[in-house]
Design a protein around this ligand. Sequence first.
Ligand code: C2E
Ligand code: MG
Ligand code: MG
Length: 703
Amino acid sequence: MTAVIGCMIYEHNPWLLAAAVVVCIVSSWGVMRLFSRATTRRNLQKIVWHFLTAILAGSAIWSTHFIALIGFDSGAPFEFDPAFTTISLLVAMVGAACGFVVAASGWFRLAPLVGGAIVGMAVSAMHYAGMIAYRVQGIVSWNEDYVVASIASAILFSAGAFHVAMNREALKHSEALAVALLVLAILTLHLTGMTAFHVEPLLIENRFSNPAALQALGFAVAGVAVLIGCAGLAGYLIDEGVRAESYKELQKMALHDSLTGLPNRRSFNERLDQEIQLAKETGGKVALVGIDLDRFKEINDLRGHAAGDEVLKMLAGRMMGALQENEFVARLGGDEFGAIHRTHVHVDLLDFLNRIEAVLSNLITLDGYEFVPSASIGVAVYPDNAVDKPTLVNNADLAMYRAKSDIARAICFYEPSMDEAVRARRGLANELREAMLHNQLDIHYQVQTSVATGGIVGYEALLRWEHPQRGFIPPSEFIPVAEETGLIIQLGEWVLRTACLNAASWNPPYKVSVNVSAVQFAHVDLRKIIMESLLLSGLPADRLELELTETTIFANKERSLHILRQIKALGVKVALDDFGTGYSSLDTLRSFPFDKIKLDRSFIIEVESSLQAKAIIRAVLALGKSLAIPVLAEGIETEGQLALLRHEGCDEVQGYLLGRPAPLKQIIASGQITSFDSTTAREARIAAPLDDIELLEKIARFA
Ligand code: C2E
Ligand code: MG
Ligand code: MG
């Protein structure tokens, strides 16, 4: 082999031979790069990459051969046959394309070797087609052994090159090895093939060759080959750039929140892991800060989701702007954010929290609408409050919930007593379950009277829990627990059935009002339960009034309206409870078919002392009048309050002055009502709920 190469080098123009070798190495590298890109693509993209690779490979092989051939000195004048020269180029391209397709196909285990061998054959076919195009004035003879050796070496080296290229992961420096093997395939073919070629010159007169022109042609081909290579490389680099960019974009999408651009929960978790690890190693501290915007739902409900999004973006931008080194903020979802502060001194942490609180409570102006946002912030510090991530997150949440429920404090630090509060709530839920099973719950009734006549109009059913050890537990304490745990569904159903059953036997036939919580209202079975309660008790639908708060309705306005209409279609009345404490939007009253407005007790408390409260009451009464909805004032405790409301034209009142909530027995004993049927005798009728909803509807309509 060395002898062959040595001999051939001797017979070649060294500059052109060097140019051929350079073209061969550079193009082979390009071919292998493009080929490996083709293997990672699919369908049309794969075909296009194979096509590009074949163009580059074909021109690389062909140029190497052509340049070297021009530089070959056979001692006789020569020329090139244009047809065979072109055919040789096409053979190289088409053959290489077939080889690439097979090599990358994965059709069978040895496909890369077979594909590589096809490429080797294409190189050989190109070389010998090119040699047919080489017309020399002399007697040509071939050494068949060298011919066979040249083809065999091309096939073997090329097969090896593609085997290596397709097993990149398994081999070290595989790319360089594959390129080297392909270079060897092309060069050994040419050099061995040229050793097999012998010319006995016949013509002494140098009629055909012009050495200077041929040399120029050789360099021109080299130049074109390099240009083709560069074009292929440029395509590769552009593709690489696009790939890198899309990868970066995808990575950004995976780690960032698309609305605010802040890091998302995933990056927050990763960062928290890192910070905890760092704190572990250095003995430092990490503060985890849970941030929840206050009344954000209100913005969404009142101003629309686009405005809500805008506010989130604004606040996110503000928080980002307030960050310093070692601080991190992320959007964890909805109106919930999380921040991390690597802390050394407590003062720094306080400074960080103050900065965050300040940016979250600065005035926001949006489409001419101004409001001051606020947030509840909970803080837990590693390792002071927790030594692992889940506990740290849980404790920051607990602190944040405390901040939410504490009107006076926007920032709360975790305290162990918070765990106790949670435990107490869980305990209360279990006890409530027990209470439901063991009949510790009861309903008290509070009278509602007409202001004009002083006569009774109805009673509000209020749930009571007499705990065997702890005594009376107020609804304000256990209703939220029942809502959180879902127990309110069963509880509310029981209240509704029992209240209907009780009221059905009242004489005179006063109305009964039953409170319905947001969780119950959202439950799909509500209408069915109302119908069952009415049918089983025999209470006419217009004697039942359901009390809902604005918060309940606002959770999903459209759906609420739909449910309200369904309830009203049964003939049941609907009252808006605690008016003035929620959103108090005129829109609520205009869009929902309420039968009564219940003005919240908080206004009545101040009515005698505060001009403002009086003005509000007057406005609500005027509103009721204009919408033709009667207004009931809650919490009347004094004669003065009653006189004032009478003077302002209030329709109905309810309060301790007129009667405290009391057990039914006590109300019957007072003579306010008589009951012709005992509750217990009728309770058996609750046992079997009806399932045929259509039948229920029909009966309810004709009842
Ligand atoms: P609410 O529906 O606004 O009921 C009126 C509350 O005001 C009752 O408190 C009643 O005892 C109290 N109240 C009435 N008049 C006066 C007064 O003159 N002065 C004072 N200081 N208070 C007065 P209660 O029974 O503690 O109920 C509190 C809340 O618990 C109710 O407010 C209602 O939202 C809820 N609740 C009660 N029972 C049920 C129920 O069966 N289901 C549901 N979902 N919620 C209920
Ligand atoms: Mg009520
Ligand atoms: Mg109320």
